[in-house]
Design a binder for this molecule. Structure first.
Ligand code: HEM
Length: 414
């Protein structure tokens, strides 16, 4: 999801103040494999302001409080980890505040309700079984390419009414948008600006054609539903529909792919826990919750202060951006004993923040949970003797959307 979106970075010209060391460290690719020592350090130091206009928050209680605070705006319009980056905001409801946000969200929330999602279980199961069987046929399955990525993409395409045959184009545009929306993009802005603009225009153009087709011949899909929907007695205009389509399609696959990949990696690195899951597939849902806490697929988000105030001893001025370190909050020792331990039997007293909290709580959480639960259940029951190929494991460059690019696993068949 572009929940991911901290801001769209497009730096203006002129001198840039230097980026503080710990923030630069956050963007260092060598920290991608294990960002948690640094995140723990930032959390323990937080709340604090590394430069004018930015406040970093990483403690669970404060992160949760900011997310639920109605005086904090979701309308962030600058990249948060660069002192100078600025850029236009995409207009989708992730970036709107109530009451406008509430009206838009209500239009699509029914389509993602838990009960509705549960009715998709047989289809998810069928897709996952087919993907696992064909992925494992060669003796090595790349969990990302063969399962984690295609499963949620198929499902969100189906819900929206997007032809799955177009997946390769969609994949390319999504990858560029995900990279451009990453907070570190602000620090190296300019590099991808043209490519991003092209990808966004292509994505919107693609949906524009599809919207026209559905307008002429409505179907039982979300695009047709959006075309008929009304906000306060008025129909949505095309730009709102297009922004919502791009948001749902992007939010609906990349993050869930990361969750499934992060889960299988954690399980294969903890064989005793994998064995427990294999022996008792009903543990899959609890495993998914622990992975969301332990290795959050969305590592951070941001809010903008609308009023003067304080977080702890740190002062807030209107317009300040608050960088919320979800990945650090989910490992806060004040809330989770021995937080670096992956434990599928952990009893979650305090909810993790992987899906955010408050008004913008992830709309797709029931779908993501269901897809990941079924994927883990079936991986455990179908894969014979899975063995991680540690030298093949690679992370994607994205700082916020934490996930693997490759996860090869040898198997003795299905
Ligand atoms: C919002 C995470 C899957 C759709 C969010 C936010 C987070 C998040 C952290 C809120 C960001 C903020 O408060 O600033 C995740 C994770 C997922 C996931 C970790 C998978 C593991 C999905 C799926 C969909 C989806 C499958 C499907 C449609 C959305 C939408 C929003 C959102 C539409 C905006 C909600 C709003 O602004 O009211 N997600 N998401 N997400 N997510 Fe997800």
């Amino acid at each position: 999801m572009s929940a991911t979106v901290l801001g769209n970075g497009d730096s203006g010209p002129g001198d840039r103040p230097p980026i503080p060391e710990e923030i630069a460290e956050l963007t260092d690719p060598s920290n991608r494999i294990d960002p948690y020592p640094l995140l723990n350090k930032l959390r323990d130091r937080s709340p604090y302001s590394p430069f004018d206009g930015l406040v970093v928050v990483g403690r669970h209680a404060q992160t949760s409080e900011v997310l639920r605070d109605p005086t904090m705006s979701a309308a962030r319009d600058k990249a948060t980890i660069s002192p100078t980056a600025r850029g236009p905001r995409t207009r989708n409801f992730l970036h709107l505040d109530p009451p406008e946000h509430t009206r838009y969200r209500r239009l699509v929330s029914g389509a993602f309700a838990r009960r509705k999602m549960e009715s998709l279980a047989p289809q998810i199961r069928e897709n996952a079984t087919e993907l696992l069987r064909s992925g494992a046929a060669s003796g090595t399955i790349d969990v990302i390419e063969d399962l984690a990525y295609p499963l949620p993409l198929r499902m969100i395409c189906e819900l929206l009414g997007v032809p799955y045959e177009d997946r390769d184009r969609i994949k390319d545009w999504s990858a560029i948008l995900a990279e451009s929306l990453d907070p570190q993009f602000g620090a190296s802005a300019g590099r991808m600006t043209r490519e991003t603009a092209r990808a966004r225009a292509a994505f919107v153009g693609y949906f524009r054609d599809l919207v026209e087709l559905r307008r002429a011949e409505p179907r039982e899909d979300l695009i047709s539903h959006l075309l008929q929907a009304e906000v306060d007695g008025e129909q949505l205009d095309d730009s709102d529909i297009l922004a919502t389509c791009v948001l749902l399609l992007n939010a609906g696959h990349e993050t869930t792919a990361n969750l499934i990949g992060n889960a299988i990696l954690a399980l294969l690195r903890h064989p005793e826990q994998y064995e427990r899951l294999r022996a008792d597939p009903t543990l899959a849902a609890a495993t998914v919750e622990e992975v969301l806490r332990y290795d959050a697929p969305v590592q951070m988000t941001a809010r903008v202060a609308r009023q003067p105030g304080t977080i702890g001893d740190t002062e807030l001025r209107p317009g300040d951006t608050i960088l919320l370190l979800i990945g650090a909050a989910n490992r806060d020792p004040d809330v989770y004993p021995d937080p670096a331990r992956f434990d599928i039997d952990r009893v979650h007293g305090t909810p993790h923040l992987a899906f955010s909290a408050g008004a913008h709580f992830c709309l797709g959480a029931p779908l993501a949970r269901l897809e990941a639960t079924i994927a883990l259940e079936l991986f455990g029951t179908l894969m014979r003797e899975p063995r991680l190929r540690p030298d093949g494991v690679a992370y994607k460059p994205n700082l916020n959307l934490r996930g693997l690019a490759r996860l090869p696993v040898d198997v003795d068949g299905v």
